[in-house]
Design a binder for this molecule. Structure first.
Ligand code: ZN
Length: 62
């Protein structure tokens, strides 16, 4: 007696061995992007290193 295969957690289709526990690379990527989504959704934007450097050294030129 074999256990019924669990479906893909993203789209609930049958999962594929090579993408386990997902059904496809698309669903796997989607799961990943959901995790990273929290980090990307911060309000405002981070200053670029170049901009920080420009602010630090900007007033010292002349
Ligand atoms: Zn899927």
């Amino acid at each position: 007696m074999t256990k019924p295969a669990k479906p893909c957690p993203i789209c609930k289709k049958a999962r594929r061995e090579e993408f386990s526990p997902f059904c496809s690379s698309r669903c796997r990527d989607r799961d990943l992007s959901q995790w990273f989504g929290d980090g990307y959704s911060v309000p405002g934007r981070q200053a670029l290193p170049e901009e920080i450097a420009a602010e630090v050294t900007g007033g010292m030129e002349d």
